[in-house]
Design a protein around this ligand. Structure first.
Ligand SMILES: [Fe+2]
Length: 253
């Protein structure tokens, strides 16, 4: 967690000056909101999977190890995107505002490396598999616990810093460059986990923005992914808002 400022997630006595309240009520672009909701689902789901893991079952052990490895890969990629597309531009205009987050990111990379070593030990485990699985559950708990307040600080303190130093058009350009840098597979992964984490209104916003920026066939594939992920009533609401066919299998746009 950033050490250079008072945590904005401490309980305030009023909304005045409280950056969580201010940024949650704000209407300006929040570069973190959607992807952080996706990451919270990934983090919590992987943590639960390590807790339930029957480590003597080699197949289940491999499945959970792979799930945690995918989580760590997403966290490392996300961190690199934040560094390149948000923190570096912010540092050029307000060096002190980026400092604590750079420090956090360096610590997170160390944690990711340590967890990957533990995953390898669990892959190679024999009789020690249950003990290593429990160790993974505890160390992943610490990693999740570090990431949750970090993301809150980014969605409040750092978002306010970005609002202070960048116009909406400049923020849109930064996010546009980030999204353009993603491979089709990375975009699909982000959309899949956002579909699991966003509320209905946010799903409509995400798909609207995708429709504006992506070729029609690409948008159709991503919309179908959302359709397959959310439940039917939710998709019906989203489809109605976007003017898309609500029945599975009829996605032709
Ligand atoms: Fe971050």
């Amino acid at each position: 967690m950033p050490q250079a400022f008072q945590p904005s997630h401490a309980h305030p006595t009023s909304d005045a000056g409280d950056l969580i309240a201010v940024t949650c009520a704000g209407t300006r672009p929040n570069p973190y909101r959607f992807i952080h909701k996706a990451l919270r689902v990934m983090l919590c789901q992987a943590l639960l999977a390590t807790g339930r893991l029957d480590a003597d079952d080699a197949g289940e052990r491999q499945r959970v190890v792979d799930e945690v490895e995918r989580l760590l890969g997403c966290c490392a990629d996300h961190l690199a995107h934040e560094n390149h597309f948000l923190l570096t531009p912010l540092r050029e205009r307000a060096p002190r505002a980026a400092l604590a987050f750079q420090h956090d990111h360096a610590e997170h990379l160390e944690s990711i490396d340590a967890l990957r070593l533990l995953l390898q030990r669990l892959r190679d485990a024999t009789d020690d598999a249950p003990a290593l699985a429990q160790q993974l559950h505890l160390r992943l708990s610490v990693f999740v616990a570090d990431n949750l307040p970090h993301m809150v600080e980014e969605e409040s303190t750092q978002t306010q810093a970005l609002w202070d130093h960048f116009s909406d058009a400049e923020l849109a350009a930064l996010l546009g460059a980030l999204h353009a840098s993603l491979s089709p597979a990375e975009t699909a992964t982000c959309v899949l986990w956002m579909a699991r984490g966003l509320n209905t209104r946010e799903l409509v916003q995400m798909l609207s923005e995708l429709r504006q920026g992506a070729p029609a066939p690409v948008f159709a594939e991503l919309a179908a992914l959302v359709q397959q992920t959310v439940d039917a009533p939710r998709w019906a609401t989203v489809a109605r808002a976007l003017g898309l066919p609500p029945v599975p299998g009829l996605m032709t746009c």
